[in-house]
Design a protein around this ligand. Sequence first.
Ligand code: AMP
Ligand code: MG
Length: 350
Amino acid sequence: MKTEIIPLHEDGSKEEEAIIARGAEFIREGKLVVFPTETVYGLGGNALDAEAAKKIYAAKGRPSDNPLIIHIADIGDAEHYCETSDLFYRLACAFWPGPLTMIMKKKPCIPDSVTGGMDTVAVRLPSNPTANTLIRLAGVPIAAPSANLSGHPSPTTKEHVIFDLDGRVDMILAGNPADIGLESTVIKLEDDRVILLRPGGVTYEDLCTLLGKDHVTVDRIVLEKVTGDFKPISPGMKYRHYAPKAPVILLNGTEEAILAAMKEKQKTEPGAAFLIYDEDKPDFEGCTAVTIGPRNDPAMQAHRLFACLRAFDDMENVTVIYARIPGREGIGLAVYNRLAKAAGFTVQDV
Ligand code: AMP
Ligand code: MG
């Protein structure tokens, strides 16, 4: 398939709106359009069209039991696609537009192929203006998983998208790097409480502040490896994700012990590569290392994590990647969750 790759400055100009309008037309015709959002790039198709959903799964190589998030342009649109509630409106008013996906009972207009056969649907209202314009002009909700090949880290830049999907989609709106850099927070709404299934830019603490701690549960899939016959609430969470080619190992210990262990590995393990803070650079001269950002800036670490994981794949002779276990406060929980998944939850105490 020939992919139209269209550069965008995302400057809000009339010229760019005309380009986005063509993307919207593609969506209505059942074609696939990649577009930027504030979380990561999305691979979009008409969420009311069962065939478009099938094309999305094929383009990504995604297992078809892993449901898609549908993206809308106005809070009021949610009524058409799912059973809303007072809880939904409280959350939507607090966090939309933004990086929060809510899972609710679906209405019949959403095809089973979009939800992997589940009777619920995941809905999000993105804040990125390009995404918002595309959805509004399409006039239909847009089903959009992350625009990477299944198993690769989610794409946070147009280069990642082109690398993974050139030739597999109809159009790529090649805009700016994603602001947040990690996928949306995913919660399931149940009566008066929510279950956190995937941490992201709307944090556990944000949810607790709005709803009260007793009304927010963190699903075990966020924090630990699940194996055997455990049936996750969210099918996608069981798949190995975000993985660079070399295995990732998380180091757990005091700051001094981790740095000492990393220095030892520099000497004894020739294939070792390291994910480090900007401040660590002097200790890693001449080593295979990628910097994720300043030690005390978890938002920057979130922003850069997936690009870092991809960078290791471009380096020669990397046989193992060592990284610190991130702190779990605020957006740190999302960084921890993605890195832990990349590592298959493999932790070495030092
Ligand atoms: P992605 O599309 O790559 O951002 O991933 C979306 C995530 O949301 C996947 O892990 C899905 O399994 C999850 N998800 C989407 N819809 C549902 C649903 N109806 N119930 C449970 N999890 C869902
Ligand atoms: Mg994904």
